[in-house]
Design a protein around this ligand. Sequence first.
Ligand code: SF4
Length: 396
Amino acid sequence: MQFEYEDIKFKQEKEGVNAIFLEIFSFKIKNEELERLGTYSVNKGKIVFKTNINERKFGELINKGFNSLTNLTNGKPTTYIHKNSGIPLMGNVSFGIIDRGTNILEIKPITSCNLDCVFCSVDENRRIRDFVVEADYLIEEINKLIAYKECNEMEIHVGCQGEPLRYSKLTYLIKKLRHNKAIKRVSMDTNATFLTENKIDELINAGFTRLNISLNAIDPVLATKMAGKPYQVTNILNAIKYVASKNIEVVVAPVIVKGLNDEELENIVKFAKNLNKKQKAPLLGVQKYLYYPKGKKLKEEEWDPFFERLKRLEKKHTIRLILKETDFSVIKTKELPKPFKKKEIIEAEVKCEGRLKNEKIAVAQNRTISFTGPAKSKAKLKITRIKHNIYKASIN
Ligand code: SF4
């Protein structure tokens, strides 16, 4: 009897079997736990038992393993959110789906990043847990939401707390979503460090129509300083050029930090302006560094000098740098009803830990609600913040 899974590859190690899940996550099963079920061996990623064993007991071992799932790239405990997890995909800012009442749905299949940018609004160093979402669960929920919205001009935007290319099911996810004819565009924010020519072709074939690529400096020393980790800017420039040579939009997206890379913006503009003369969408999406309480702390620049700089460069290089909502074909649509009101007191079931220290994720009325508090199975909460069906609460 053998156990083989598409997304789990088993590997025999000294103490037990290592189960590699979605390429970058893992959990361990002790040798003796498997031996209790029968004589086994591990062969080409499968677990093979000499005789028939109790399947239910094997399933229990796998489920128990998932409770100690770890991200191999950073050692963080990880929660797998799947159809049977009892955790809805609406309500949290770090995973699932964000519906801002428009034709653009932001989706977040994974958390975790390979860079440590000095301006990062998430600051992975403060996040003690990762999330990864089952692709089929996301597909099901996105399709339901699109049917509810009754909009045939939908865009799916992959915008993670981290780097979406760490999600090994990304191509699968987008390919499947593209079966929904209401989805006309698919875009993604990426730091491009995993973008080889083959990967870019794979993403285009899957159905991506635009890639927003962060590029914060052309100068290699400054680019590495901005990224906070070893970083090969030449590879990123080549990836951007390759994307631009294909039938897909590319948006070069620098984050400008006054005193750090503001002088470099002109070089980025010079690089981007000739990428694809035929592209209707703007070639650059310049952002100003903004301070978020849970992100990296730097000094914020005022808006006026930031826009002055953009206007000056727009004029000098005859390129548009100040963008409007209309540049991204945003259409207002129905938004899912919000089941709670601010200050409402609710009872919720506490499901798992959140990404921040002491943060918990509770569930009520098919929404998740984040709060800080002790680990209990139920909580009485007071809703403190509601934005686009994202909920925060405090213990009441
Ligand atoms: S690539 Fe994005 S998520 Fe990753 S550290 Fe940089 S800003 Fe943060």
